[in-house]
Design a protein around this ligand. Structure first.
Ligand code: NDP
Length: 257
């Protein structure tokens, strides 16, 4: 197993990409803490992760808003209290705001985007780093987007936040390399989660939207959550032991052109 005896925190782990990754990490032997604000979703996610054969719990859900410093401190403290160590941080929580040029974006919307998609990584990483160091090293994986690599109409605040994630990743990788803490980010194209289904519903015709979104990707489809989870596992595990500071597209070729 690739993550035996390791402990991971996954923000935004109560659904979507985060939950798929939590399931894979558990299958690979990790004990996992998932976070999100929605407690109902958190309980349902935990039920999917719980290993009924294990003598000790292998997973924990912590309800927390990762834009808040005290909440991020609490996530890390409760992880250490429960599992005694921390090896992996998957900074994955995020929100999107579509159909907004800068002129159509309110200051509150801008702040929400930056606080959720970027500041949360600063807060959670800052709380986690002493424990990753104490474990003798570890891995931080940040979720950016292909929209951190290229722009797209109506996505100014989101693109700005995801671009910031990429350079935050590079800077953190340099700061913490000597502590054997690797920091990388993933840049997904469209992925089959609530985030995309909401966009398709707003489009009006969900089937037509699915065809339009698929056609944007050279491979002719969007990604499954499991495909993205496998990249997160690669970057969190020793399989990527000489990779740090990388921003890896997993986008069906959308940024290749
Ligand atoms: P979902 O909307 O399914 O999940 C988003 C997750 O983030 C939820 O678990 C949500 O939990 C959590 N979250 C949002 N805001 C907060 C907050 N303030 N505090 C704590 N948790 C929060 O989306 P995905 O799984 O698709 O997205 C995961 C990541 O992947 C995001 O960063 C997204 O930008 C990125 N991404 C997604 C793509 C896609 O096509 N789906 C493409 C490229 C990148 P809760 O609401 O309970 O707080």
């Amino acid at each position: 197993m690739k993550l035996a005896n390791r402990v991971a925190i996954i923000s935004g782990g109560n659904r979507g990409i985060g939950l798929a990754t939590a399931k894979l990490f558990c299958r690979e032997g990790a004990r996992v803490v998932i976070t999100g604000r929605d407690e109902t979703a958190g309980r349902a996610a935990l039920a999917q992760l719980a290993d009924s054969a294990a003598r000790e719990p292998n997973a924990l859900f912590i309800s927390a808003d990762v834009t808040q410093n005290d909440a991020c401190q609490r996530i890390v403290k409760e992880t250490i209290d429960a599992f005694g160590r921390l090896d992996i941080l998957f900074n994955n929580a995020g929100i999107i705001l579509r159909n907004r040029s800068i002129e159509a974006t309110t200051e509150d919307e801008w702040d929400a985007m930056m606080n959720t998609n970027v500041k949360s990584m600063f807060l959670l990483s800052r709380a986690a780093l002493p424990h990753l160091r104490a474990a003798g090293g570890g891995a931080i994986v940040n979720t950016s987007s292909y929209l951190g690599l290229v722009g797209a109409p109506g996505l100014a605040a989101y693109s700005a936040s995801k671009g910031a994630v990429i350079n935050l990743t590079r800077a953190m990788a340099l700061d913490h390399a000597r502590d054997k803490i690797r920091v990388n980010c993933i840049c997904p194209g469209s992925v089959e989660t609530d985030m995309i289904y909401t966009a398709w519903q707003a489009y009006g015709d969900v089937d037509q939207a699915a065809r339009v979104w698929s056609a944007k990707h050279p491979l002719g489809r969007i990604a499954s959550v499991d495909e993205v989870a496998r990249l997160a596992l690669f970057l969190a595990s020793d399989d990527s032991s000489f990779i740090t500071g990388a921003a890896i597209p997993i986008d069906g070729g959308i940024t290749a052109g």
